[in-house]
Design a protein. Structure first.
Length: 65
């Protein structure tokens, strides 16, 4: 039962991290005219943060007890 509570706490922390990563003040930092490999930096940040959150969710959920 303790593992389930620990997993739930980590998922809540991951949700809060996602809220922070996609909040306006942080997004405005990346909203510039520059590009990374021809992709606007804001789009690269959005997709990179999204992929990182998915990868972290997989690690948390698939972690053995």
């Amino acid at each position: 039962m303790a593992h389930r509570a620990n997993r739930a706490q980590r998922l809540v922390a991951l949700f809060l991290l996602g809220c922070l990563l996609f909040s306006f003040p942080l997004l405005s930092i990346f909203n510039s005219g520059s590009t990374v490999f021809g992709i606007p930096i804001l789009y690269a940040y959005l997709f990179g943060a999204w992929a990182a959150l998915i990868a972290l969710a997989i690690v948390i959920i698939e972690r053995p007890n």
